[in-house]
Design a protein around this ligand. Sequence first.
Ligand SMILES: [Mn+2]
Length: 478
Amino acid sequence: MSNLNKIMFTETILRDAHQSQAATRMRIDEMLPMCARLDEVGYYSIECWGGATFDSCLRFLNEDPWERLRTLRKAMPKTKLQMLLRGQNILGYKHYADDVVDEFVKKSISNGINVIRIFDALNDTRNMKACMDACNKYRSEDKSGLGVVCEATMSYTVGDYYTRDYYVNLAKELEGMGADTICIKDMANLLLPYEGFELVKAVKAAIKCPIHIHTHNTSGTGNMMYLKAIEAGVDIIDTALSPMGNGTSQPATEPLIAALAGTPRDSGLNLEEVTDIGQHFKGVAARLAKDGFLNKKALETDVKALIYQVPGGMLSNLISQLTEANAMDKYDAVLAEVPKVRADLGYPPLVTPSSQIVGSQAVFNILSGERYKMVTKEVKGMVRGEYGKLACEVDPAIVKKIIGDEPRITCRPADLIEPEMAKYIAEVKASGYYEQEEDVLSYALFPQVATKFFQYRAANKYNVDTEVGDVETGIQPV
Ligand SMILES: [Mn+2]
């Protein structure tokens, strides 16, 4: 009778909240002051790694993402730490070889991750299998004693093809592949309250795994959906502390704790303590706003998302692309083009990287004045099958227009990728910057960005060791 159990919370303030509202710019020194208290709250898990945080650490914050993870692990020894992983894309934007996936999952666990949420932008389970297998294979790498949770994820979207049965069958398949929990990931805030109720009930009836649900509050329906999902028996919900909750982020933590208090699904979390912890993040949000990363628009309810059915982050990308091209007058035309491109490409869910691929092509189609006159290499790759199986077959005339007579693949895309680890190990060692095994993975995902970070790290170290000589030689951190 899981619908009589207490509801469990995953806190997203250290990952999705600032990724959705503030370009993933929260720094480790802004997290650490509250970690000991977050660790005592009694959350099911704290999401704090993966998604865009890895790239952002290396590219913008001069932080080693692995060091960040180890630091958080030490600061929060009692709570399961959670990450978001893009299946065969790991934390990048293309498919990687199986040996890189395997090593990445192993190192994520050995450095402190417990819950690995694995998704694929096309819901192609072949792209999730290597990750899920690695999760199960490396359970013993967990040193925290909190265990490893292989959380297989269904990216939620809408369209004729995406019936309730589609998700029920997908959930069963993922459970059969070795999932410990199943996540319904509503990244675009498309799952409305009553459908959420029916969907959770249907999936719950079909599988034994606990169900974890994820949404955003972009269009203002997120917490209503959670409430209905809770009534339907969902086990775990994702929320963000109120200073960075709601808007494009997750529904806020505190109102949901309060709403459930005294009911059969009372979380047992202490509202006053959680509210007090939130005060710290008010200051962090103010700093992020001052530095131009937190736009007030991210906090507003944006009902456009209900009509255009695109993720909030995608809307802001389209605005910046059109502003750059001096073509904001075409905004409505581009918005109308997005669903057409999505249909042409076989109705992919819109989530990284498919959201960027569809969005950019819609912009090209409108700005060039002719559909598919200019085609991005990612759209070609998608039609060739390089991202996996599309939900629906693409119209042959569209295929012809986009890739001509080029061959298409139907196998698992990673089957065509040779092992890559040996090459990356050799390259990092040859660079002279190798300090830890994890550096190879940073380099494998983001070669240029990681190399720049390694140079910064080395210069910084040198600077500290020989402060006087440093001024004379002019060597400074870059
Ligand atoms: Mn999200």
